[in-house]
Ligand binder design. Structure first.
Ligand code: 13P
Length: 356
């Protein structure tokens, strides 16, 4: 069990992470994944360029209005501005909570995946606390489909082991005074139906909350980070925002305890406007038990990255594009977004350059 004296601070930080109108920027891509993003703008994947990329995202003037926290990568939490300040200091000065991805990636288990990183976690977390982190992320991955031996995925074993690992991680985080984001990502890859995604999400969240409770994790100091309930990207079906909201909220109302501090969705390969529209549809429900906001990587970064292209002269335009996307998602988290707001990047963002 978590020392009760720690719970009020964990709960305070968790509430800040999902404060009204705010969401979390995921900027914790592995070096390999950053390489894919850079390939799309023909930029070399080296430490200097990754540092400049993160500086572009973390120094957007005014982003603190919409962004409560940023998930950093191990490399980034140790880096800083060209001028010398660390990124953690920059975020702290802007009132944005620094977070850190602490899992060590995926391993194959038959046709499915497990996440590594529990060994040595406590010592790594102590270092991250000293570096200024306030919250953590651990991502597990769930696949829907058929495995190599003809088995239906996800299997019960995989769901249970991922849930146990997420709970073990969350407990170590809370013991170290860090708010855990627990992320069971249901992959969009595949030809599954939205009903299959709903069924898988229900099984996963049921197992996850059983394991979190069994481990003694304080849910009021925990943030869930899941996928919206969507049909697979190869299903040939596109669900409307209303259909996404209905299916997602059906699962949440069945499986997510009221004590949970909140949920921050991943974008998971949705288009950036699509991810905003779906979040907005979800937040039309005014009787929700928890704040439901965003914790996007691609859907927040992609347009800004394409505008930036690694060129200092594009920095301001790219930051304007980022700020616009963050604002749209902020409005969506309040259920106040409409697509006509996409027409012009608002003047307060000072935009002059269109997205490409
Ligand atoms: P996407 O929003 O690009 O899915 O990434 C969010 C994330 O943090 C995945 O772990």
């Amino acid at each position: 069990m978590i020392d009760p004296s720690k719970i009020s601070e964990l709960s305070r930080v968790a509430k800040l992470m999902v404060a009204p109108g705010k969401g979390i920027l995921a900027a914790d891509e592995s070096m390999k994944t950053v390489g894919k993003r850079f390939a799309s703008i023909a930029l070399e994947n080296n430490e200097d360029n990754r540092r400049a990329f993160r500086e572009m995202l973390l120094t957007v003037p005014g982003e603190d209005k919409y962004i409560s926290g940023v998930i950093l990568h191990d490399e980034t939490i140790r880096q800083g501005m060209s001028s010398g300040k660390t990124f953690v200091e920059v975020l702290q000065a802007a009132g944005i909570l620094p977070g850190i991805k602490v899992d060590l990636g995926l391993v194959d288990m038959g046709s499915e995946k497990l996440t590594t990183g529990l060994e040595g976690l406590d010592a790594r977390l102590k270092e991250y606390v000293a570096l200024g982190a306030k919250f953590c992320k651990w991502r597990s991955v769930i696949t829907i489909g058929t495995g190599g031996a003809g088995e239906a995925l996800p299997t019960e074993e995989n769901i249970r082991q991922n849930a146990k690992d997420l709970a073990a991680y969350a407990l170590v985080c809370q013991e170290n005074g860090l708010v855990p984001m627990v992320e069971p990502e249901v992959l969009l890859d595949g030809a599954h139906t939205q009903a299959q995604a709903e069924q898988a999400s229900e099984r996963i969240l049921t197992a996850l909350f059983e394991e979190l409770r069994a481990a003694g994790v304080a849910l009021e100091g925990t943030i869930l980070k899941t996928s919206m309930v969507l049909p697979g990207k190869d299903s040939g079906v596109k669900a409307s925002p209303e259909q996404v909201a209905e299916a997602t909220l059906r699962v949440f109302k069945k499986c997510v305890p009221a004590e949970l501090a909140g949920e921050a969705f991943l974008s998971g390969g949705q288009g950036d406007v699509e991810a905003t529209e779906n979040l907005n549809a979800i937040n039309q429900d005014k009787n929700l038990l928890w704040p439901l906001t965003f914790s996007y990587a691609r859907a927040l970064q992609d347009a800004a990255t394409k505008t930036w292209k690694g060129m200092p002269e594009n920095l301001q335009a790219a930051q304007n594009v980022f700020l616009h996307r963050a604002k749209m998602n902020s409005l969506a988290s309040l259920g106040q977004y409409s697509s006509d707001m996409e027409q012009n990047v608002p003047q307060e963002a000072g935009a002059t350059t269109s997205q490409d």
